[in-house]
Design a protein around this ligand. Structure first.
Ligand code: GTP
Length: 470
C-alpha cells in the first residue's frame, strides 16, 4: 500500500449509516437526494464531535426508514421520539431538541387542551409516528385515523374528512403556511411534547455512548443557530376576525344610519322651511284680506267714506260719552238737491262722480274730530263730537258755502240741504237721527239749499220741533 493511501485511511472516521424521515420538514427530509432540515445540521456537528462519518441511506418513507433501522441496514436514526414500540429495536440517546405537539383544527373548532375533551371526533395522526402510538396506548377510545404523512392529514382536515390532526408544531405550521390551508389553525397543545433524540439500532452501546457524549458537548449556540436556520415560524393568527368584522359592520351600520338620518332631517327641515315660508305668505295674504275686509266692512265702496253701519256704532259711542261727560254732540245730514235730475241729464256715472267729489269736499271741510259717512243714496251724515248746536250750524254753513262754490266735473254747480240736531240725552240714536232727518225734510220743503236745526224741550219730553231756517 502506498503511504499516502495508508495515511488517508488512518485518519478517516468510521462510517456510520443513518436513516431519516424523508418528509418531515423542518425537522428533516430528503430533497433533491440531499438530507435537509434541522437534523442535517445536527448530524454534521455530532459527526465532528463524535468523529464519525455519517452516510445517509435514502428512503422514500418513514416506514421504510424504520424497516431499515430494524434490519440494521441503517445504524442510526437521526431525529426521533422515544416510544415503547421503538425501544424494542432501538436504543435512544438523550434528547437534543424539545418542541410541542399540537392539535390542528379548522377555524370553527373550539380550543383544545389535550385529548380529554375530544369525545367522538376523528383525530388524524401519521402512521408509525410516536403520536399515533401514544394515542393508541393512552386514549384507546379516541377515533384515530392514520395517514401517510402530515400533509395528507392536513388535507383530510381541510376537506372536513377528519375533525382534528395531531402533529409537531414546527412541521405542521410550516405545512399550513406553505400549502395555504387558510381555514386551518392550531387549536391546542397535544401531549406529550416532542423530545427528539438520535437512536442506534442493535445493541451498539459504544456508538450510543459516543453519540451521547457528542450531544452533551453541543454548545447552546448550535441549537439556537439550527433552530433559526430552519424555522421561519410565522405564528398563525389567533385573532378571531369574525368579531372584528361584526364590530366593523355594526360601526358602519351606525355611520350609515347616522348619515341617512341626517339626510332625512335636512330634507325634512328644507320642506319645513318651505312650508313655513308658504305659511308666512298665506298669513300675510290673510292679514291683508282681513284688513281689506275690515276696511270694506266699514267703508262705502263708491266714495271710500265710512258707511252707515260704522256711523251708527260711532254715534252710539259718542252719545254715551256725551251722556257721561255731559258734552254736546251733533249730527248733520246733508242731501244733494235735485240729484235725480243730474242722473237723468248727465248719466248715472256722472252722478257717481258728483257723489265722489262731494265726499272729498265734505271730508276736507269738516274738522279732524268730526266723522263723515255716506248714509245712503245722495245723503251724507257728519257726527260732530264736543260740538254745540250753534257750532254744528256754523260747520253746516261752511259746508253749504263750499258746495255752492264748487264746480262739479261735467255737472257744474250743485247745492245741498242740511238738517242739524244736537243730541239731547237720554234719547235713542233713532230718535236723534229722526229729529235730524225731520230738520232736513224741513230744509227741503222750505226751498232747499238751506240749513234747518231741530230743537226739542226735553224737560217737557215732547216731540214738537222748532225749526229754524238759517
Ligand atoms: N248716480 C247715482 N245716483 C244715485 C245713487 N244713489 C241714489 N241715486 C239717485 O239719487 C236720486 C235721488 O232722487 P230723489 O230722491 O228724487 O231726490 P232729488 O232728485 O235729489 O230731489 P230732492 O232730494 O228732493 O232735491 C235718485 O234718482 C237715485 O237713483 C248713486 O249711488 N249714484
Amino acid at each position: 500500500a502506498n503511504a499516502s493511501t495508508a495515511t488517508s485511511e488512518e485518519f478517516a472516521y468510521p462510517t456510520v449509516t443513518y436513516c431519516i424521515d424523508p418528509d418531515w420538514m423542518p425537522y428533516e427530509a430528503i430533497r433533491n437526494n440531499q438530507h435537509v432540515g434541522m437534523s442535517s445540521d445536527y448530524i454534521i456537528y455530532i459527526g465532528v464531535l463524535a468523529e464519525l462519518d455519517f452516510q445517509l441511506v435514502k428512503t422514500k418513507s418513514w416506514s421504510e426508514s424504520l424497516e431499515k433501522l430494524k434490519s440494521g441496514e441503517c445504524q442510526v436514526a437521526s431525529m426521533l421520539n422515544r416510544s415503547p414500540e421503538r425501544e424494542r429495536y432501538l436504543r435512544f440517546t438523550q434528547p437534543f431538541f424539545v418542541g410541542p405537539n399540537v392539535l390542528v383544527s379548522n377555524v370553527e373548532q373550539a380550543f383544545f387542551q389535550g385529548y380529554e375533551n375530544i369525545g367522538t371526533q376523528v383525530v388524524g395522526a401519521v402512521a408509525q409516528y410516536r403520536q399515533a402510538e401514544y394515542i393508541d396506548n393512552y386514549y384507546p377510545h379516541i377515533n384515530l385515523k392514520l395517514v401517510e404523512n402530515e400533509l395528507a392529514g392536513l388535507r383530510l382536515l381541510a376537506d372536513g374528512d377528519i375533525d382534528l390532526f395531531v402533529g409537531s408544531l414546527l412541521s405542521v405550521n410550516a405545512l399550513i403556511q406553505k400549502s395555504g390551508f387558510s381555514n386551518l389553525r392550531i387549536a391546542g397543545l397535544a401531549e406529550p411534547q416532542d423530545q427528539l433524540s438520535m437512536a442506534v439500532s442493535n445493541d451498539d452501546i459504544e456508538l450510543l455512548n459516543k453519540l451521547n457524549v457528542a450531544i452533551s458537548e453541543l454548545p447552546e449556540w448550535v441549537h439556537a443557530d439550527i433552530y433559526k436556520q430552519w424555522n421561519n415560524v410565522r405564528v398563525i393568527e389567533e385573532v378571531d376576525y369574525r368579531y372584528f368584522w361584526i364590530a366593523t359592520s355594526v360601526f358602519l351600520c351606525i355611520i350609515i344610519l347616522g348619515v341617512w338620518r341626517q339626510l332625512l332631517v335636512s330634507r325634512y327641515n328644507k320642506k319645513l322651511t318651505l312650508k313655513n315660508q308658504q305659511l308666512q305668505t298665506l298669513q300675510k295674504e290673510l292679514l291683508e284680506n282681513n284688513q281689506r275686509l275690515e276696511f270694506m266692512s266699514v267703508r262705502d265702496p263708491l266714495t271710500n267714506m265710512y258707511n252707515r253701519h260704522f256711523m251708527q256704532d260711532r254715534a252710539a259711542q259718542e252719545k254715551q260719552v256725551s251722556q257721561r261727560k255731559n258734552l254736546p254732540v251733533c249730527l248733520l245730514l246733508i242731501d244733494i238737491d235735485f240729484f235725480k235730475a243730474v242722473n237723468d241729464q248727465f248719466g248715472h256715472s256722472a252722478g257717481d262722480a258728483v257723489l265722489v267729489e262731494l265726499a272729498t269736499l265734505i271730508c276736507s271741510t269738516i274738522r279732524n274730530m268730526d266723522v263723515a259717512a255716506r248714509w245712503g243714496g245722495e245723503e251724507f251724515i257728519v257726527l260732530c263730537p264736543k260740538t254745540t248746536l250753534g257750532e254744528a250750524i256754523y260747520l253746516a254753513k261752511r259746508l253749504k258755502n263750499q258746495i255752492r262754490q264748487h264746480e262739479f266735473t261735467e255737472v257744474g254747480r250743485m247745492t245741498c240741504s242740511f238738517g242739524v240736531a244736537e243730541y239731547l240725552g237720554p234719547e235713542s240714536f233713532v230718535d236723534w237721527f229722526d229729529r235730524t232727518d225731520k230738520a232736513l225734510y224741513a230744509a227741503k220743503n222750505t226751498g232747499r239749499d238751506r240749513i234747518h236745526a231741530s230743537c226739542v224741550e226735553l224737560t217737557e219730553k215732547t216731540e214738537s220741533e222748532k225749526l229754524d231756517s238759517v
